[in-house]
Design a protein around this ligand. Sequence first.
Ligand SMILES: NC(=O)c1ccc[n+]([C@@H]2O[C@H](COP(=O)([O-])OP(=O)(O)OC[C@H]3O[C@@H](n4cnc5c(N)ncnc54)[C@H](OP(=O)(O)O)[C@@H]3O)[C@@H](O)[C@H]2O)c1
Length: 245
Amino acid sequence: MRLKGKTAVITGGTRGLGLAIAREFLAEGANVVCAARSRGDVEKLLEEHPERSRFLLADVSDPGAMPDVMRAADAEFGGIDTVVANAGVNRDGKIESLAYEDWRAVMDTNLTGVFLSVQAAVPYLRKSGGSVITVSSCMGSRVAVGAAGYAASKAAVEMFTRVAAIELGRAGVRVNSLAPGFLDEGMGRELVSNERAWEAYRKRFALGRAGEVGEAARAAVFLASEDASYVNGEILGVNGGLLWA
Ligand SMILES: NC(=O)c1ccc[n+]([C@@H]2O[C@H](COP(=O)([O-])OP(=O)(O)OC[C@H]3O[C@@H](n4cnc5c(N)ncnc54)[C@H](OP(=O)(O)O)[C@@H]3O)[C@@H](O)[C@H]2O)c1
């Protein structure tokens, strides 16, 4: 019960990694507020934890949305201790052919969405002495053909995280990033479930397998908990030892 009585806002907490983080946080005693543009797969979690979980409809790229989410979470649970800026999208495409709309969708969600989520949370985190977890990716520090938008957005999230950590550190607010490798749910599932593609990728993972979303989610619990009380401005890779040839 490392997060007992704490309240977390998790953007994109309705599917994939975000939903797994919500589950792990609930198991550790936290209240969770999951925010996304649709309810996704969150229903079961809400039914299982009616007292400690909420869903809020919000688009992280809308400048008006996240202040409302934070106000509602604060009103519901009496404070905010952790914000997990997890909502993200991917649109692959080589630079020559990548549509402007796809580039914008990636930047607006993955980068601007993180900025807007963190900015809206700061007043509450200053009060609680809480923490922020942004979600990057192994692609934030590696190259792949077709990944210009996604990889650039995640590299920017990592630098945003480091700057936020030094801006908020004196207020006792820690800011770290979780950088998963390929996971068995969410965005990673497509690669992992494509046998031929996965055979080629598998060799790059020291552990020889994809991660489970729970394995990445438990690293988020660590970052949110007192166990990480002196961890600030770090990018925590959870990728099974990814070799990038
Ligand atoms: N799964 C992996 O292998 C992997 C690996 C490395 C990093 N990541 C990162 O982990 C995070 C979660 O990805 P995932 O794999 O779990 O993807 P996913 O299954 O597609 O889930 C994405 C979540 O974000 C929400 N979302 C997307 N755009 C949003 C917006 N504009 N406003 C609010 N919510 C939005 C989605 O809900 P709605 O569409 O209903 O809004 C959904 O809840 C992302 O930042 C991703 O880059 C994932």
